[in-house]
Design a protein around this ligand. Sequence first.
Ligand code: CMC
Length: 430
Amino acid sequence: MNGTAELIIDGKSLELPTIVGTEGEVGIDIGKLRSTTGAITIDPAYGNTGSCKSAITFIDGEKGILQYRGYNIAELAQKSTFIETAYLLIYGELPTASELSEFSELLTENQMLHQDMLQHFDAFPPKAHPMSILSAMIHASSAYPSQKTYRKSLKEAFPIHAARLISQTRTIATSSYRKAAGLPPSYPRRNLKFTENFLHMMFSLPGEDYELNADVVRALDLIFLLHADHEQNCSTSTVRMVASSQANVFASASAGVCALWGPLHGGANQAVLEMLEEINKDGDDGTKFLDQVKNKVGNRRLMGFGHRVYKSFDPRAVIIKEQCDKVLAQLHKSDPLLDIAKKLEEIALHDDYFISRKLYPNVDFYSGIIMRAIGIPTNMFTVLFAIGRMPGWVANYKEVMDDTESRISRPRQIYTGSTLRSYKSMAERV
Ligand code: CMC
């Protein structure tokens, strides 16, 4: 039931309505705070601020719960696929058989890039990071409207735009990898499913098809599914922020890719691998490195540990760790980096520095080891995160567009700069 909260400013009391979500979280509605009192709230990094109401994903970070549209992530991981989950996130319900086949058909129809877009790849230097290519190419996509959406409004064109984004992100990702590796372009095959096609487009060589392994396909599909949404994280909030100006979905998603790239967010999977490689190169088993982290030497962090929201465990990390052991066993691979990762985890989980700060392994701690075992180069890890996250961004974009009360996002600030002063001539500036 909705109630009220009382705020007292300079002795004056203000009654604020509260909003209670379907899972019982309480928000204090301060929508009228500034107009009635002149004050604003300040919450840098938004740790206590709800930026929207959303019906897509629920997280209880204290209990380690993650649900997409009411379905527990562990159940989806066991029973669903990335594409079915993408539909669920975007359209709100698990698809019927015909809805799923229609959705898959739309993805297939929209998986090819406009031929003219291929020339953009040539303009990037050979060592360009694939995340910079991905954001630029997704943005460029909006300049190539398909015939079917040409005269449609953003809303009418949404299903096609959504399908293009999900499908073409994969095509752009694999194309950028092949360009960097000096391989000829490869094209998706109609008879392959989404994740199979990703592996085929990455690794097939002229005259030599990549041999699909069901366990590898399943592991990668699971990685995509586990990354598919995560409520108001940095990149999704960015997508919603851009969408609030009524920018198109390509521009909004491209902004999401940029936000994801940073090592504190999606870039952490690449940073984890680089950290493990560095520890291995140093001949350390992780002990020396952890001492440096705890003593904040060079502000080092144990990458793949900690989360703004999860304060007991990250349910995605539990699923992915199990999958990591499975994939390595099935591929008959041992990896010294996995041994280091396990050692780091074991020490950190029993160390007061990490326990007192509630730092636990997050999804990125083990996903990189699986991707490495499959043969994905390290600089592509965050790109795979972006492929996985695209349905979540698209779902959040749709939610903003469908919200008849949505207004442009425009936070305020507390100004701390100089007060009014007069312009100084050059001679006066000493
Ligand atoms: N290693 C060592 N210390 C850490 C770590 C870490 N990974 N994360 C946080 N801390 C310490 C931090 O130094 C601070 O200590 P103190 O109180 O002594 O100053 C305390 O814990 C609180 O840290 P914070 O920076 O205020 O926490 P935050 O909620 O702002 O940051 C985080 C969350 C995920 C950015 C952070 O935990 C981190 O940098 N982790 C490593 C990067 C990483 O793995 N990111 C992926 C997140 S999961 C994928 C995704 O969804 O994006």
